[in-house]
Design a binder for this molecule. Sequence first.
Ligand SMILES: *Cc1c(COP(=O)(O)O)cnc(C)c1O
Length: 404
Amino acid sequence: MLDIQKVRADFPILNQKVNGRPLVYFDNAATSQKPQVVIDAISKYYSEINSNIHRGVHALSQLATDAYEASRQKIQKHLNARYAHEVLFTAGTTHGINLVANGFTKFVKEGDEVMVSAIEHHSNIVPWQMLCERTGAKLVVIPMNDNGELVMEEFNKLLTDKTRIVAVNHISNALGTINPIKYIIDKAHTVGAAVLIDGAQAAPHLRPDMQALDCDFYTFSGHKACGPTGSGVLYGKEEWLNKLPPYQGGGEMIKDVSFEKTTYADLPHKFEAGTPNIAGGIVLGIAIDYLDSVGFDNIIAYEQELLDYGTEQLLKIEGLRIIGTAEHKTSVISFMIEGLHPYDVGAILDKMGIAVRTGNHCTQPIMQYFGIPGTIRASFAFYNTKEEIDALVAGLNKAKMMLA
Ligand SMILES: *Cc1c(COP(=O)(O)O)cnc(C)c1O
């Protein structure tokens, strides 16, 4: 069981007033808050071992290198990846997707198809469109239904031997839908297509298992999973990472350089050009440790409680409509209130210390599907409480009165 008061005490930012009211932080799908162990680890890195990695013979460089590589191994274990060199450090999800989409220029030609879904973040649409523009391949989109679920019958029809890669999110940031990625991965493999999973919204809520999923790529951002901004992971299967060309050229990613010919370093360094976000990589491992110590079984059970309670309470508000009613969801509730603009509601909530996100959530195609300008999104983390949901409901009722 999750001891909520103990958990909340780990997050110093939660214990403050915003606009004179206790902060209610419901913008977790945009970025998570950080526990004290993560904040301390950043300070400790810069106070004690700051140094460039992989090249120094001196003591600090060795300590920093060891900590960086130990973090990679920790993340390998967390993800149940086969090898540590299948775990690449990145600047975040966007970086990971661009790395793969760029590399796929080598494997995609005119007439081929690249598949995404109707409920992707712009980060998992635009890099693939750019790939299609470079190569003449066609972008194919798995449609959604009114609940915000992907239509698997249509996916089955769209998948052909022209499909080179399927890129879908594990969990939708705008709707909370948990996609049937195991089905998608297995089915895509039957036609020889690779699969990239955008795990940005999954990493804070569950523990994905790379070998069980058998996906070819999986990417997430540190900052949404209690880690530092500018940190992230791209998992890639060894055979794919060996085939994929480097993304950026520079120091660290080479074996030998001459003006005639350069040879590339082995994995994972081939994809880690330049001085990386050393502190970010190390501290991301601390964040993962923290999440594992709270325990994903506890997190999943508690967040489901928050989702159920929040859904029930919000639906009591007259004129409120939830956008995204998939059977399998995480603790994200996107909604509209009849006659009110999401932005106005968000601004009033902010005056009451309640942080929600309003707008299209980097998913304009979803908003186009529903014919709406945007939603109000309350996204819960394991450190939120039912009392905070009550405060949101009270805030929304007040907003309705003020804006009526
Ligand atoms: C946040 C998010 C991204 C982009 O992550 P960055 O950290 O901004 O790179 C991509 N996909 C989904 C589903 C997201 O929620």
